[in-house]
Design a protein around this ligand. Sequence first.
Ligand code: 13P
Ligand code: SF4
Length: 329
Amino acid sequence: MISVEKGYVDMPIEKGIDIKNEILRMKKEKNAVILAHYYQRNEIQDIADYIGDSLALAQIAARVDADIIVMCGVHFMGETAKILCPFKKVIVPDMNGGCSLADSCPADKFADYVNLHPGYTVISYVNTSAAVKAYTDIVVTSSNAKEIVESLPENEKIIFGPDRNLGNYINGVTGRNMLLWDGACDVHEKFSLEKVLALKKENNNAKILVHPECKKPLQLIADKVGSTQALLNFAVNDECNTFIVATESGILHEMQKRCPEKKFIPAPPEDGTCSCNECAYMKLITLEKLYNSLKYELPEISVDKEIADKAVLSINRMLDISKNLGIIK
Ligand code: 13P
Ligand code: SF4
């Protein structure tokens, strides 16, 4: 019996093997697909079949033709994939990959809040547990939140959770007055406004790219506020050749790959001497853990059926509305 007590398969890897080749071989043999979020380590992004933001990963998981989905992301991303594909095996190579934003919204407290506000439509960010999604009418990601909110009647009463910065941003750009859950992402909240302004002074022509999970003062100095995918698209398509990027620094890998001639400067966090800001949860997955997870097909995600049956409705509503609005194909 292989133990996953540590949250991942902790087995020694045979000496002398080529891990990357073995991952590719097992993937083929087992009809598995590897999905990776843009915040994963570079080598994980490079070996994945698909990389994307939260919306893209959910969409790919929903339609992919494979027996095994290896989700290189954090726990809620594995749960979302499992909810959408209950009959597929969904593996997350390190189950310790939590999310401070999802943790800021415990399901029981969220349910109390929802029950206190009858008649409200509940919109939740995808960065939530399956149990929170089960109390939700429509799931959103940062790539579609604005459009989905705008698609609802103007007088619709809405609860938006859990990210207060994204919620405030959507309220601002749509003129809505949604009730906001008071949660946040530790990584996106800790970018330093002062350090970003100092970088801008040094790089006068640079444009500032900011994820809406960041605090408002940073959003206010941004040339572009958008989801990870939207920031990537902006960097690729804009004529500017230097960008200061205020989102998890893993995205710089794809930005640099797509635009080798441009310069990308990671925005630093407030604390410490680090020049970039990483999500420790996202960086837990290594090639070794990915190799062992494929070999032993562990650790596997499971979601309580009653919760999954409710959560799938709110996730599918997001996918359906996004298709109708032309945000995804
Ligand atoms: P997106 O992938 O929707 O940009 O979300 C950012 C994030 O923090 C994912 O955990
Ligand atoms: Fe969660 Fe923030 Fe890490 Fe994304 S970056 S997984 S929101 S803690």
